[in-house]
Each structure stands twice: as structure tokens, then as C-alpha cells.
Write a protein that binds this ligand. Structure first.
Ligand SMILES: Nc1ncnc2c1ncn2[C@@H]1O[C@H](COP(=O)(O)OP(=O)(O)O)[C@@H](O)[C@H]1O
Ligand SMILES: O=c1ccn([C@H]2C[C@H](O)[C@@H](COP(=O)(O)O)O2)c(=O)[nH]1
Length: 220
């Protein structure tokens, strides 16, 4: 027979959100190793290779031209992630942050034509109106843009070498407005904030301390 805590975890989706290189994958790997949760990392490898093309690299090279191409594919692949059926899963980002953070950033910075933004928004509104995409908890790894810049350089993903600190500052501000001020876009779930500027050891300690709150998500 299942224990109460196992019963509580049925059909629960936890999304790990945060700036680029804030430590989301590292957090997911930790919970993947230390619990029975199914972990779904972001489909970045797909964004770097769709039938031999690299829309992530194209977007960083020329956002005005390729932003919509990348974000259309991100939206599809994130929807696919949300549709995978597993009782308890922790996923990296969401279809919501793709729209509320990255599409919004391209548009607000003048790097996405209004017509591209309108088409993406129509797609997003249709999908979220007609398809149930439940999220039970958002875990926000809150970092300073400077920390992410350091970690980004250390990770050294080829496509991301062109990312300046200002880009991370814009993404940071959008995350803060969405998840802390709660003033920009709708929240699909309650938010648990984990300060994430600390070294790896301290972060693992933070994750341990938050484990019960995270795993109780389906009770919220
Ligand atoms: N707490 C930490 N302190 C220092 N470096 C970290 C920490 N967490 C992750 N890193 C490193 O920073 C880089 C980005 O981390 P990652 O987990 O890939 O972030 P994300 O998935 O959010 O982009 C990786 O090289 C990772 O090893
Ligand atoms: O909607 C999105 C989501 C992500 N990206 C970019 C940002 C980064 O370069 C990668 C994802 O990296 P993480 O290290 O997992 O943050 O993809 C985007 O442009 N649009």
C-alpha cells in the first residue's frame, strides 16, 4: 500500500524556473538522484538541432529574423513536455516562461516584429485555452544576473558566447516582475523562491531544506 506522502504526489507537476545558467539543470539532477521524481530537462538539444538546423544559434545571431522560428519551436517542444504523462515530475521551465519571459523579452527589446509577436500570442492563447496544462508549483531559483553571467561563461555553450550581461538583466527583470512582484503575467501555480547565488554545496543544502515544501506541492 502507498504511504500518505506517496498518495499526495499523484499527478503533480513542479516547474523549476530561473535565468539562463541559474542552476536549474543542476537542481533537477540533484532531485533526480535523490528522489523518485521524474525529471524533465529543457529540450535544448532539439532547439540546437531540428533536422540539421540550429534555431537557438540563429536566434542569437539575428533575433529579428529568427526569434519567431526559435520561439515557435520552443512552444511546441515545451507543450510536448507538458503532455508527457508521469505521476510526479519536475520539469525545467515551462510553456509559460517561454511566452512570458523569452517572447516578451524579444518583443519589448524591439527585436521581434509586432506581427511575429501577434502570431505567437495567438498560438499561445489558443493552446492554453483549449489544452489543460496544469502546474502545481513553480520553484524560482533567484539569482543575480552577475552570478548567471559567471556561470554562463563557465558552462561555455557555443551559441551563448554572444550573450551580454544586459541580456541576463532583462531576463532577470521579467522573472522578478512575473514571480516576485506578480505584476506582469498570470501565475499558473504558487511560487516557492529559493535564493540561488550560493556555491554548490550550500545550494544542495538549500534543496534539502526545501524538499518537503517542494514534494508537498500537490497538497497546495
Ligand atoms: N551553485 C552553483 N555554484 C557555482 N556553479 C554552479 C552552481 N550551480 C550550477 N553551476 C554551474 O553553472 C553552470 C550553469 O548551471 P546549470 O545547472 O546548467 O544552469 P541552468 O540549467 O539554469 O542553465 C554549469 O556549468 C554548472 O555546473
Ligand atoms: O523560450 C526560451 C527558452 C530558452 N531560451 C534559450 C535561453 C538559453 O540560451 C537556452 C536555455 O538555457 P538554460 O541554460 O536552460 O536557461 O535557451 C530561449 O531563447 N527561449
Amino acid at each position: 500500500p502507498k504511504s500518505q506522502s506517496q498518495l499526495n504526489l499523484i499527478n503533480c507537476t513542479i516547474c523549476i524556473e530561473g535565468n539562463i545558467a541559474s542552476g536549474k539543470t543542476t537542481c533537477l539532477e540533484y532531485f533526480g538522484k535523490t528522489s523518485n521524481i521524474e525529471v524533465l530537462t529543457e529540450p535544448v538539444s532539439k532547439w540546437r538541432n531540428v533536422r540539421g538546423h540550429n534555431p537557438l544559434a540563429l536566434m542569437y545571431q539575428d533575433p529579428e529574423r529568427w526569434g519567431i522560428t526559435l520561439q515557435t519551436y520552443v512552444q511546441l517542444t515545451m507543450l510536448d513536455r507538458h503532455m508527457l504523462s508521469s505521476p510526479v515530475r519536475m520539469m525545467e521551465r515551462s510553456i509559460f516562461s517561454a511566452k512570458y519571459i523569452f517572447v516578451e523579452n524579444l518583443f519589448k527589446s524591439g527585436k521581434m516584429p509586432e506581427v511575429d509577436y501577434a502570431v505567437l500570442s495567438e498560438w499561445f492563447d489558443w493552446l492554453t485555452t483549449n489544452i489543460s496544462i496544469p502546474v502545481d508549483l513553480i520553484v524560482y531559483l533567484q539569482t543575480s544576473p552577475q552570478t548567471c553571467h559567471e556561470r554562463l561563461k563557465q558552462r561555455c555553450r557555443e551559441e551563448e558566447k554572444v550573450i551580454p550581461l544586459e541580456y541576463l538583466e532583462s531576463i532577470h527583470q521579467l522573472y522578478e516582475d512575473w514571480l516576485i512582484k506578480q505584476s506582469s503575467s498570470p501565475l499558473p501555480a504558487p511560487v516557492l523562491v529559493i535564493p540561488a547565488d550560493y556555491d554548490l554545496q550550500k545550494m544542495l543544502h538549500q534543496y534539502e531544506e526545501s524538499r518537503d515544501k517542494i514534494l508537498a506541492a500537490s497538497n497546495l
